[in-house]
Design a protein around this ligand. Structure first.
Ligand code: BEZ
Length: 255
């Protein structure tokens, strides 16, 4: 499914993606002069943070709009438009890093094989993606409202891949990785807009869920979804997204 990124809206209202990603850089612990690939780098904030540690980093993303914005912000960093399922022009790296991007890549098995291929022996993979059950409440509310309005429910498996620890670790092991650390944890994530936090999130990330609904009905639809979610995802003046994170460190063994 093709997805049209709006790099400006992404940066203005969803800066938390990069903010939470900073703690993943602590797991990466980049070293000066290490060659590191940031896979699905978006607008490049974390790529730049990795570079500041002294590592030689390359950021790739399949969205030309995101890469355009990344290059504009950080002209001294190397960014390329590239699909993670086809990294063939790239060399091998000491580490591959990816924050909040792998769940967009439905050809997950191919991406895992590509990551393995583009790591040097002994190299490490440090990733965070949406885990099983990610945004379950949001999806359920959208589907409740779609059914009430006589639209078919959405099937998110056509859009995202939110694996369990077992599922993703098995894929990594089958590709040859040794999984050294895996953690699946809930992270209720505060959204920026106190009034329309969920509506904004859906406009940014769930735009395909609105495609078959006439545009003039979008505001009412989104307000109905917010009403359903109010008792569970609105707390003390703040909207939250019910994120579940999967974090993994895996190593390509020296064989
Ligand atoms: C996530 O980071 O979990 C996510 C972001 C956008 C859409 C779906 C999931």
């Amino acid at each position: 499914m093709s997805y049209q990124w709006n790099a400006n809206l992404y940066q203005q209202k969803h800066a938390f993606v990069a903010e939470y990603g900073s703690s993943l850089i602590e797991w990466l612990a980049p070293q000066p002069h290490e060659h590191i690939l940031d896979l699905g780098c978006g607008t490049g904030e974390l790529t730049e943070q990795i570079r500041q540690s002294g590592a030689e980093v390359i950021g790739v993303d399949r969205s030309a709009e995101m890469i355009h914005q990344a290059k504009r912000q950080y002209p001294h960093v190397s960014f390329f438009v590239m699909d993670a399922a086809q990294l063939s022009d790239l060399p091998q790296f000491e580490a591959i890093f990816s924050n909040a991007a792998l769940h967009w890549m439905l050809e997950a098995g191919t991406v895992v094989q590509q990551m393995y291929k583009h790591l040097k022996p002994g190299g490490r993979l440090v990733v965070e993606l949406g885990g099983k059950g990610n945004i379950r409440q949001v999806i359920s509310a959208v589907n409740q409202q779609r059914i009430r309005d006589e639209y078919p429910p959405i099937d998110i498996s056509q859009q995202w891949f939110f694996p369990s620890i077992g599922e993703y670790s098995t894929m990594l092991e089958n590709a040859g990785f040794q999984v050294q650390l895996a953690r699946h944890f809930p992270r209720k994530t505060p959204l920026q807009d106190a009034e329309n936090g969920i509506a904004d999130w859906i406009k940014m990330f769930g735009q395909t869920w609105l495609k078959d609904i006439p545009e003039h009905q979008h505001p009412a639809f989104l307000q109905s979804v917010q009403k359903i979610l109010y008792p569970v995802l609105f707390e003390e003046g703040t909207w939250y997204a019910d994120y579940q994170r999967l974090r993994i460190i895996a190593v390509k063994e020296n064989t």
